[in-house]
Design a protein around this ligand. Structure first.
Ligand SMILES: [Zn+2]
Ligand SMILES: [Zn+2]
Ligand SMILES: [Zn+2]
Length: 336
């Protein structure tokens, strides 16, 4: 994420802020400029008061919803405060996702007819199951996962190292881009070489994964155990991971964090941990990106441990995973 300045007083404001904390100016994020404006004179997203969406309305849209909110074709209505707060958490993650997709130049088209993208955000009700997932451009998010206690309980039960709403959004959008940018294209053979043949049966893969037959020897070639389930899941996990790294490196460059340590450690370890951040990920090869990322991830984990927190980055990138990330990098750099 880039850094934003208040348009009145130039104080640092966060992407999610509705108001400048220093001077009180109401703020409006404008995705076409990737800029924070004063809200005066802007047509604001109609969900601003309801879910704290700080974006301007999409120009030309009759419903006065922003680029991100207008992708949600189904969401809780009514006055249930729990449902509204869960929706706000999900949309908060989704705005960060949408801003990054636009920033990276990936197509973000609202669903019209059978094409494009739509989000269905809902909680289980009346005995109905809601499975977070993707089908033909429609991404369903189970809003129960916006509850921190519930999501953490699931993370522990499923033995996962990482589980966030932003991670869910980035994973599911990976399925969408596989379908739009890889399936049936010249990239398909390269995909199968790296991730496997996606024509294997998905239903039985799902059943054996949740039936406890998941691989225990997964870390050499997969970013997560979940990625071993099926080539589609491997791609979605890798795609999400790419977005994590790209966002974090954009942020470190924007705030001017560089890692020059550790000091007092024998070479060659010290020499391998120097990172200055990447403002423009597209200009670098994936190996260069990962070299930069290596230093930050080790440093951030060390700081987190000082605070008694788990590692910020509980992952290991092996050469096989780096090749998969390079496939995603090429796709993002040339999506056409
Ligand atoms: Zn201000
Ligand atoms: Zn909005
Ligand atoms: Zn998936």
């Amino acid at each position: 994420m880039r850094v934003f300045a208040c348009p009145r007083c130039a104080a640092w404001v966060e992407f999610e802020d509705l108001v400048c904390l220093l001077c009180g100016t109401a703020l409006a994020y404008t995705p076409s400029l990737d800029e924070m404006l004063a809200s005066d004179g802007q047509v604001l997203c109609r969900l601003r008061d309801r879910i704290s969406c700080n974006w301007i309305a999409w120009p030309g849209g009759s419903e006065h919803e922003c680029l991100s909110c207008r992708l949600s074709t189904e969401r809780p209505d009514g006055d249930d405060p729990v449902a509204i707060s869960q929706l706000a958490v999900a949309e908060y993650a989704k705005r960060r996702l949408v801003r990054q997709l636009v920033h990276l130049g990936l197509p973000v088209e609202r669903r019209e007819g059978d094409d494009g993208l739509a989000f269905v955000l809902k909680s289980p009700a009346g005995g109905e199951q809601v499975r977070t997932g993707h089908a033909n451009g429609v991404i369903t998010i189970n809003l129960m996962e916006a509850n921190d206690a519930r999501r953490e309980e699931l993370r522990i039960r499923l033995g996962e190292r990482y589980r966030t709403m932003l991670g869910h959004a980035r994973h599911e959008i990976g399925h969408y881009y596989w379908q739009v940018l890889v399936d049936g294209t010249h990239r398909s053979p390269g995909f199968r070489d790296l991730f496997g043949d996606e024509r294997q049966d998905y239903g039985s893969a799902l059943a054996s994964h949740y039936g406890g037959e998941g691989s225990t020897d997964w870390a050499a070639e997969h970013i997560s155990q979940y990625a071993t389930m099926h080539p589609w899941e491997d791609f979605a996990e890798t795609f999400a991971h790419y977005l994590h790294i790209a966002d974090a490196l954009e942020t470190t460059a924007a705030v001017g964090v560089s890692v020059n340590g550790p000091t007092g450690v024998a070479q060659p370890l010290a020499g391998s941990i120097r990172s200055a951040g990447l403002a423009d990920i597209a200009a670098k090869s994936m190996l260069q990106v990962l070299a930069e990322w290596h230093g930050f991830s080790l440093a951030m984990n060390a700081v987190n441990r000082s605070m008694g927190e788990p590692d910020l980055y509980p992952f290991v990138i092996t050469p096989a995973i780096a090749h998969k990330l390079a496939f995603v990098h090429d796709l993002v750099r040339q999506p056409g």
